[in-house]
Design a protein around this ligand. Sequence first.
Ligand SMILES: [Zn+2]
Length: 223
Amino acid sequence: MATDVKPNSALVLHSGGQDSTTCLAWALDKYDDVKVVSFDYGQRHKIEIESAKKIADHLNLEHKVIEIDLFKELTNNALVNHSAEVAEGADGELPTTFVDGRNIVFLTTAAIYAKQMGIPNIVTGVCQTDYSGYPDCRDEFIKSLNETLKLGMEFPFEIHTPLMFLTKAETVKLIDELGKLDLMKYTHTCYEGKSPACGKCPACKLRLKGFEEAGTQDPIDYE
Ligand SMILES: [Zn+2]
């Protein structure tokens, strides 16, 4: 059965963090019809999904939360195993928060949902600049999956990655230029799940460095 394609519509993958929020601002600037999807995959902190909900509500956007249980079953790492310690990877090693195949599952799931609504544009905040070693965040992977999704579902998907080659500071500047910097106050980044944020975990440090380099004040509170 053919699905009507709505070229001016987009589905944004939203984690509640600053990168996906910037992607949402980018999509709102570019498309008339924007919908949001988040994944509840057993991540350490529900506060991330709460942030995503708050932002979608604030913008009056339709927001779908899809539960994905398989990572809890299949992997043992700091993001979904809540007793494991969060640590930065040593040289050349992946950080303990790496979940194999996460973006393959997220993007494929998002595509299935998007196609039902006739949405060809899928927007994700993956980035290979602050590259933590995640192979499914690379441009090469995204292009490859894009082809696979088109073939596998016979639908003209286009995966957009507006942050792929930006630094964290450039990401802050982008959302500022799009006039949506105020959304940053609803975002959650801290791996420790703290609000006010801890300011010390790898995620907080990267966020703070980005704002500092952009010369902009981070609107969230820190301990
Ligand atoms: Zn933190």
